[in-house]
Design a protein around this ligand. Structure first.
Ligand SMILES: [Zn+2]
Length: 377
């Protein structure tokens, strides 16, 4: 073994936690072996952003950033943080002080990182635009198609609309396609309920699809991957952030908006006629209804909205009352915190808004109440 190999071996024996400390990284423990925080390379995961993209694993002696893709061992972490090549990074790690980088090299590294971040943002914007295009193509393809499979599915759950919402369509033979290991794969083809997800201005930004089992009215299709694992029967394509599935038109000025997470919950409340004259929109998912939240130590969901999240869902500004429906079949504390975040955000936008959570009684969901049955999943 030559001298350089020996040095590398000794460098790899330095605990990852110690390397992070010596580099002055600000990390928070997220599991027994993992510490997360802002990435020293791309800077992502800083204040107000998702802080778990950069993490070190002390058991395995590695780090990785899910944003910029940087990953590796102790030497690689020094190299990333100080913006130097392998040799000076190794020298620095082994305490050889002359290897500390000069400011010009650090400045160049910062410029490179900024350029890389710009490229990443461009790629992300392109992918989002592509997803929205796809969503609109799916929506257009469903135009004028026979609604009966979708109507039978909802009727099987006790949901019969007085007027069919124009935001719901049906596809007779929709491929259920997901990206597995970089390539697209179709696991199922069958009828699906297609719902338009509209932004605040009413533009379609995504489609929410529910594959249904035409042989069992009220039931979703059972879809499995190659390993026999069940896949969710619902998929969203496009950009759902800030959007809603409008089962009724927008509420009038000083009106009431009732929002559940899913189509079935919200439609059940509509059919039950909870509040006459109210508008009923589905929020697509809890994360969309809550928007980003401020992090507080020790709590997964603080219930406090991060008001810098400008893409989060907010209801029409002239609303007088906003009701979020809470199904009893999920983790109550976490669900409530997420719903509170969304309601508080809406109240900041519309002072004087009456905002409340209405929970389905007895641990049931609103569709159970409509049908009087125990469970549908
Ligand atoms: Zn990074």
């Amino acid at each position: 073994m030559n001298f350089a190999d020996d040095r590398l071996m000794r460098a790899k024996q330095i605990p990852m936690r110690e390397v992070a400390d010596r580099l002055g990284l600000s990390l928070t423990r997220i599991t027994a072996q993992e510490w997360a925080g802002p990435c020293p390379g791309c800077g992502d995961g800083g204040k107000g952003k998702r802080a778990d993209r950069f993490a070190i694993n002390t058991a395995r002696g590695v780090f990785n950033c899910r944003k910029c893709g940087a990953a590796g061992d102790q030497v690689a972490l020094v190299s990333l943080a100080l913006g130097v090549a392998f040799k000076p990074a190794l020298a620095h790690l082994m305490g050889e002080r002359e290897a500390i980088p000069d400011p010009a090299a650090q400045e160049q590294r910062r410029r490179q990182a900024a350029a890389q971040e710009k490229r990443r943002a461009e790629v992300e914007a392109q992918m989002r635009a592509r997803a929205i295009r796809d969503a609109r193509e799916i929506w257009t393809a469903a135009e004028g198609q026979d609604l009966r499979p979708a109507q039978d599915y909802l009727a099987g759950r006790g949901i019969r609309f007085a007027a069919w919402p124009p935001t719901l369509r049906c596809l007779a033979a929709a491929p259920y396609t997901r990206k597995i290991g970089g390539s697209l794969k179709t696991f199922h083809t069958g009828p699906c309920l297609v719902a338009a997800v509209q932004d605040g201005a009413g533009r379609i930004r995504a489609v929410h699809r529910t594959w249904i089992d035409p042989a069992r009215p009220g039931s979703k299709a059972q879809i499995f991957d190659d390993q026999g694992q069940a896949l969710p029967a619902k998929l969203v394509r496009g950009s759902k952030k800030g959007g809603a599935i409008r089962l009724t038109p927008a509420p009038p000025a000083f009106g009431v908006l009732i929002m559940g997470e899913g189509i079935e919950t919200t439609a059940s409340a509509l059919v039950l006629g909870a509040v006459p004259g109210a508008a009923y929109w589905a929020g697509v998912d809890l994360g969309n209804m809550s928007g980003r939240m401020i992090k507080t130590p020790g709590a997964r969901y603080s219930g406090q909205p991060d008001l810098e999240d400008l893409e989060a869902f907010v209801p029409p500004r002239d609303l007088s009352r906003l009701i979020f429906l809470m199904d009893g079949d999920s983790d109550p504390a976490a669900t409530r915190a997420r719903l509170l975040s969304g309601l508080r955000r809406a109240c900041v936008q519309t002072p004087g808004l009456r905002a409340e959570i209405v929970a389905a009684p007895g641990g049931r969901d609103f569709n159970d109440i409509l049908t009087g049955e125990a469970n549908h999943e």
